[in-house]
Design a protein around this ligand. Structure first.
Ligand code: GSH
Length: 203
């Protein structure tokens, strides 16, 4: 299998954590998207495999390409023991909801980053930044209210939340999310000691 990969992509990180946790890491060749990916200039190589021109994209041994990260993660989990996506029932709905919150934080944070790094300065719109960041903060508020119930749960939900928080640390240090969600920060710091998260921490 081959994975379009970038060490700074938080969605790729989800996939990498799953690969390491399931022991399948060595079976997947990591391929950098040549020249990188951008929402304003589709990467032609990646787009041959994923019409959305986004990473991660996983080329399977059957000749299919899977995307996006929730689909790839569930596929990897299926190839292994099926431990990180609970079977249909309350645990699964909770895990998938948490995955949606984590992915949603990332989607909003990435839009903020693209606005700040890609949009020409004279065309930037501060309401855009505010609107997207408000989603990040509301989501952090939800996690902060729920985090005491996480216990030792380590599934696709908590993995995604960890990748989202790691991305906020990586790209938005100045916004200091930790001050607004101290219980979440403590949970995240403990979870970050796990080898799969240490090995994939963006530098
Ligand atoms: N929903 C997708 C999001 C993937 C995504 O946005 N990846 C970024 C890199 S971190 C990307 O490829 N951006 C290029 C673009 O938006 O065209 C997933 O979960 O995999």
């Amino acid at each position: 299998m081959k994975l379009y990969h970038s060490p700074s992509s938080p969605y790729v990180r989800k996939v990498m954590v799953l690969l390491i946790e399931t022991g399948l890491d060595a079976k997947v060749e990591k391929v950098p998207a040549p020249g990188g990916v951008s929402p304003v200039a589709a990467n032609a190589e990646v787009q041959k495999k994923n019409p959305l021109a986004k990473i991660p994209a996983l080329m399977t041994n059957d000749g299919d390409t899977l995307f996006d990260s929730p689909v790839i993660c569930e596929y990897i989990d299926h190839l292994a023991s099926g431990k990180f996506f609970p079977a249909p029932g309350p645990k699964r709905w909770t895990a998938l909801r948490r995955q949606a919150v984590g992915d949603g934080i990332l989607d909003a944070a990435l839009l903020v980053r693209y606005e700040a790094t890609l949009r020409p300065e004279d065309k930037r719109w501060s309401d855009w930044d505010k609107g997207q960041w408000q989603k990040v903060e509301a989501s952090l508020g939800d996690i902060e209210r729920e985090v005491a119930t996480f216990g030792e749960t380590f599934d696709i939900g908590t993995i995604t939340l960890a990748c989202a928080l790691g991305y906020l640390d990586f790209r938005f240090t100045d916004r200091n999310w930790r001050a607004k969600a101290p219980k979440t920060a403590a949970w995240f710091d403990k979870l970050s000691e796990r080898p799969s998260l240490k090995a994939t921490k963006p530098a």
